[in-house]
Design a protein around this ligand. Structure first.
Ligand SMILES: Cc1cc2nc3c(=O)[nH]c(=O)nc-3n(C[C@H](O)[C@H](O)[C@H](O)COP(=O)(O)OP(=O)(O)OC[C@H]3O[C@@H](n4cnc5c(N)ncnc54)[C@H](O)[C@@H]3O)c2cc1C
Length: 291
């Protein structure tokens, strides 16, 4: 069996689909609907020898203006399903956070309310160890199922064997996260709903809404808040222009659509420099910038 035309999209525009509404094209994006698509694709040496980029919901990714010329992968089909098994949920990497949170609510499963407000996919969450409101995806995971492009094989790893950390999840190179096996804790539907609403309200009050943004630009350094370090290091000019910091949250920026990705990167380095000059701290980017 070979991959058909429906599997390949050329010049996929990240500016069209990313949360930032900016970024270069992915020259060849392979849409993977089932495991067999992966086995077929990565049996080809010319595909596996190129750099790999897996995209989720592009809520934390900026592709530089020059575009990505390696092998782009987007999971769909079988990887967009949630299955409840005896003692766990098998969640495809393409499932969106908001969908999983609502699914859990409908099935009286608690602990996934925080995902209601994160705009990513489960694959992106596992890669980033996404979290908010004192919870992280690692706390909910039992194991991860992934594809290794060199061995053309699927593996499963227990979360206890993996060193997840703050915004650093499963970042093993040349792998594609396919599924997460997640814990099931039964809860009360009314309380689940209330918590989802509470988190949504907090978010609406503390972060910009309906803006082109990527969430937090930088990780918080240990015992410090990135937004405070930024706010105390910059001047008013950073809050104006086609790419500007948010007045609601100084670790967020907002940009006009289709603005050059490289100019966003430059803006970010200017903030980094200001913070370094003022506090002698180098902020580490949370946003993934791809070239
Ligand atoms: C408004 C807004 C609010 C946000 N709030 C939060 C928050 O509260 N907490 C938080 O942690 N994040 C937050 N984010 C950031 C973002 O939503 C998370 O990092 C999320 O986990 C990214 O998921 P994604 O599917 O969009 O990933 P993408 O942006 O598509 O990808 C992110 C990284 O994961 C890799 N990746 C994605 N899928 C796979 C896969 N299947 N296999 C291997 N690698 C993969 C990509 O290669 C890339 O390096 C926010 C973003 C926005 C825009």
């Amino acid at each position: 069996m070979t991959l058909g035309n429906k599997n390949i999209e050329t010049n996929y525009s990240s500016a069209k689909y990313s949360w930032l509404k900016s970024g270069g094209v992915i020259n060849n994006l392979y849409k993977v609907y089932k495991k067999n698509d992966l086995y077929n694709l990565f049996s080809r040496n010319e595909i596996k020898s190129k750099p790999l980029l897996v995209i989720g919901n592009l809520s934390n990714t900026l592709i530089k203006d020059e575009g990505f010329k390696g092998t782009g992968i987007k999971l769909l089909g079988d990887f967009a399903n949630v299955q409840i098994n005896y003692d766990h949920m098998l969640v495809g990497a393409a499932v969106l956070d908001n969908y999983l949170s609502k699914f859990c609510f409908q099935n009286n499963i608690s602990g996934y309310e925080f995902l209601f407000t994160i705009p990513g996919s489960i694959g992106g969450n596992i890669f980033m160890n996404a979290g908010c409101y004192n919870q992280e995806i690692k706390d909910k995971l039992i194991s991860i199922i992934f594809f290794d492009i060199y061995h053309n094989k699927i593996y499963e790893r227990d979360i206890k064997e993996l060193n997840f950390d703050y915004r650093k999840g499963f970042q093993k190179s040349n792998t594609i996260i396919l599924y997460g096996k997640f814990k099931i804790t039964k809860g009360n539907q009314h309380s689940i709903k209330n918590l989802m609403k509470e988190y949504e309200n907090i978010r609406n009050k503390t972060q910009p809404q309906k803006a082109n943004c990527c969430g937090s630009i930088f990780k918080n350094p240990t015992n410090q808040s990135a937004w405070k370090l930024i706010k105390s290091s910059i001047d008013e000019s950073f809050y104006n222009g086609p790419i500007k910091l948010s007045k609601i949250h100084s670790n967020f920026f907002e940009n006009e659509p289709n603005i050059s990705a490289n100019s966003i990167e430059l803006f970010i380095s200017k903030i980094q420099k200001r913070v370094r000059d003022k506090h002698n701290i180098t902020l580490e980017k949370e946003l993934r910038i791809i070239d």
